[in-house]
Ligand binder design. Sequence first.
Ligand code: ADP
Ligand code: MG
Length: 393
Amino acid sequence: MAIPGLDDLIASGLRGKRVLVRADLNVPMAHGSITDDTRLRASLPTLQRLREAGARVVVTSHLGRPKGDRKAEFSLRPVSKALADLLDAPVAFCEENVGRKPLEAIAELTEGQIIVLENLRFDPGEEQNAPAFVRSLAELADAYVNDAFGTAHRAHASTAGVARQIPHVAAGDLLTAEIEHLRAVREPARPLLVVLGGAKVSDKISVLDALAPHADTLAIGGAMAYTFLAARGVAVGNSLIEPTAFEDAKRVEALAAEAGNKLLLPSDHIIAQEISAESPTRIVEEIPKGWMGVDIGPETAERYKNEARQAQTVFWNGPMGIFEIEPFATGTRSVAQGLAASGGLTVVGGGDSLSAINGLGLGDEIDHLSTGGGAALEFVQGLELPGVAELER
Ligand code: ADP
Ligand code: MG
């Protein structure tokens, strides 16, 4: 199904029109300052295009989890300042997100000017998708743009409800790029390789269930692999495992086998006795008592890398080891390099996976880095995201 994009909306003529943009300005903050402005930078292209089209741009977002209360530490005011710096243009701010104050402030904007409204989640109506809050938001604008893919899996007032109340809607450039690339994982050029890692099977059961029958090859690393190995009866020493997920692991293996797909597990491991950079490491095929798997071994890394080389599409979520600790980051680095060298389409999602890729300086070598987190995982499973569905409608 086609989602209306920014081109269509701009072509309809936006000069002087009020455009409500649901952006993702949910940046990490510490002591009142922004520690990583990736999401702000990612929001700029859509905002710039709307400015150039002469729209009066009304930017809304949530920040953190204020849970329906006005809490000073979650104010978007410092974020609006940072946005002004990045755009090198004045950005107005309104401490209310609906009602008379923003209506008046928006009326005073000049063509191409931006205003940021206060954190949507200061109002309980946002997360409840409450009809009254939806109507108040809709009153603010003539057109609506959703560019917040990271919250598209939530049916909130600003992501779903308001799209029904404003006649002209479109996906922003960021959201469009996410959908295009993640759709290419859902309907892939084959072979499709999915690499999954990270800490817990239980976090990703639904992803595993959905992708085991879908991916030609499912390569598993991270602590997750030890739950799979332990479920097979392999000794894993003190590795992080989830005995309550053994049945899930067996089911996922069966799903892959039924579909004739390959499910790969590590055949060698980097092990340590403690989770510390000073702890001596060994490379082994069998994990002895008292030791734990902290990373995939070099032979496994080479196998996964080869798979990436041969794949037409690769989706990766979850690091291969405790990559935050340098001596345990080798497997994650190898797989990242494998993706970088792949001739296929490469898509990476997940907070830790992105920080691993960016930390290695390989971000530019990957076709798409999804900032979507949970939304990306839901989308590749084939689930409908309310925020996307409302735009399609
Ligand atoms: P993402 O944020 O990319 O979705 P996850 O949050 O699922 O990834 O997993 C990341 C975490 O998994 C990291 O903190 C990493 O240290 C941990 N991890 C990976 N391998 C292991 C392992 N062998 N033992 C313990 N923790 C691991
Ligand atoms: Mg994580």
